[in-house]
Design a protein around this ligand. Structure first.
Ligand code: AHR
Length: 500
């Protein structure tokens, strides 16, 4: 018998809403077509932003949006994307398909989108091919309220008030597409660039994010932090608020990643076992961070995560368009539970990417829109945003899997919202077996407020012809017991139970 013990009196920290963040790059059909169609489009829009997509994202409570990349960020020159659209420079998107980027979505459009979404802003600056001056002027353009050449240019382009930049990334993947740097070299570059990311308004601080490691590259984290915090340690604790971490789930390898919808039982378990690695990766990077920053001032920002498969047949290989199945729902549920559990260090995470790219929550085709299984999981988990993580743990859980691909059967996380409602999210990773879980509390005699589930056959997915194959449904198999709850998790499921 699996048992979930919840010590509802033991709060372990706040789950930052930004853990449920998103990433949208100038890549394939994410920005153009997916989020932005332009004011003249026949697709319903407000100031160029697709109304259907914006409404769906608001319903899911998207808290923060990272932009403009990714690898694109280190080739992006922000001045190309301001002023009259007809005069904007057309450039080649060298990273993603070699297509023409007409810069019709730029700084003003990004803030308009975030304004419509009601979300925080996370802008990634160009270190790889941009200058310190360019970065410093972008910050001035966006955030300086007074009279200055750049603030005046912003006004000339139609925006009087300064915007709020909540997070600013100083480069992206600078160990790779962002300049192929060594950690010590990047650390020095970071120190220089961040000096000019000025905070003009103390009431509107910008959190600066340095480029952290990928996957298991613990050496990068150690060398980066060592170099950042050598000399003027105290001083730098006011100049870097976080480091990034990227970890993608690939069923196989970069040459042959695996198909998004056609996969075997074994590939199901391989994918989930690789996803579970996120816990180990965060733990080990956090341990290194503890060495330099024992008070946990720095955040670990997992600003790229999700499944990365081979592209859908017949689509541009540079556009990274892939379908999304029940397997992706599990990948989302597993990762989000892991992030919740690490909320003392992980204060933001951004799934890659919002629409039409990699593990998207939304797919579009012309005027049509489909919500993916991943979308349903994000919407179910939204109650964790800003809630207090509760001390909870499972006992009686076994391993399941095929061959070497072994996974734990069930994962969980539990939080309590300001309204006093306890949110329990569970994943059943088993392909074949439902799992009964007994849930016990210290004192609470729970009354169920909501119980819902996302489940289906392993490769079920939503299409433009049939968009309701995988949706959120009511979970019926739940009952209250003398000291808690008994819930049956269907095989291949993500479950939310809310009690008071
Ligand atoms: O999300 C796609 C790409 O993956 C990003 O541009 C890059 O940062 C990462 O390698």
């Amino acid at each position: 018998m699996i048992k979930l013990t919840i010590h509802e009196g033991e709060k372990k920290g706040t789950i930052s809403p930004e853990i449920y963040g998103h990433f949208s790059e100038h890549l394939g059909r994410c920005i153009y077509e997916g989020l932005y169609v332009g004011e003249d489009s026949s697709i319903p829009n407000k100031n160029g932003m697709r109304t259907d997509v914006v409404e769906a994202l608001k319903d899911m409570k998207l808290p923060v949006l990272r932009w403009p990349g990714g690898c694109f960020a280190d080739e992006y020159h922000w001045k190309d994307g301001i002023g009259p659209k007809k005069d904007r420079k057309r450039m080649v998107n060298t990273n993603w398909g070699g297509v023409v980027e007409d810069n019709s979505f730029g700084t003003h459009e990004y803030f308009e989108l975030c304004d419509q979404l009601g979300c925080k802003t996370y802008i990634n600056g160009n270190v790889g091919s941009g200058t310190v001056q360019e970065m410093s002027e972008w910050i001035e353009y966006m955030t300086f309220e007074g009279e200055s050449p750049l603030a005046n240019e912003r006004r000339k382009n139609g925006r009087d008030k300064a915007w709020k930049v909540d997070y600013f990334g100083v480069g992206n993947e600078n160990w790779g597409c962002g300049g192929n740097m060594h950690p010590e070299y990047y650390a020095d570059v970071y120190r220089r660039y961040q000096s000019y990311v000025k905070i003009y308004d103390k009431e509107k601080p910008i959190q600066r994010i340095a480029c952290g490691p990928t996957d298991f590259d613990y050496d990068w984290t150690d060398k980066l932090l060592n170099r950042l915090f050598t000399r003027c340690f105290d001083h730098l604790h006011g100049n870097v608020e976080g480091i990034s971490l990227h970890y993608y789930t690939l069923p196989h390898d970069w040459d042959h990643k695996g198909d998004a919808t056609k996969f075997t039982d074994e590939e199901w378990y391989i994918t989930l076992s690789k996803t579970l690695k996120m816990d180990e990766i965060i733990t080990k990077h956090s341990n290194i961070m503890d060495k330099y920053d024992p008070k946990k001032i720095l955040s670990l920002v997992v600003d790229e995560w999700g499944c990365w498969y081979d592209v859908e047949e017949g689509t541009n290989p540079g556009f990274l368009y892939q379908q999304n199945t029940v397997r992706d729902a599990l990948v989302a549920g597993i990762n989000l539970n892991i992030f919740n559990k690490h909320c003392d260090r992980v204060r933001m995470a951004n799934i890659a990417q919002t629409v039409n790219v990699l593990q998207s929550v939304i797919l579009t085709e012309g005027p049509k829109m489909v919500l993916t299984p991943t979308y349903h999981v994000f919407r179910m988990f939204k109650y964790h945003q800003g809630s207090k993580l509760l001390n909870s743990f499972l006992t009686g859980v076994e391993e399941t899997g095929i061959g070497e691909a072994k996974v734990t059967e069930v994962t969980e996380s539990v939080s309590e919202g300001e309204d006093g409602i306890v949110n329990i999210t569970l994943n059943n990773l088993s392909l074949t077996e439902e799992k009964e879980v007994e849930i016990g509390f210290d004192k609470l005699s729970p009354e169920v407020v909501e119980a819902s589930v996302v489940t289906g056959q392993m490769n079920d997915h939503n299409t433009f012809e049939n968009s309701e194959v995988v949706v959120t449904k009511k979970l019926d198999n739940i009952e209250t017991t003398s000291n808690g709850l008994k819930v049956v998790l269907p095989a291949r499921s993500v479950v939310l139970v809310r009690v008071r």
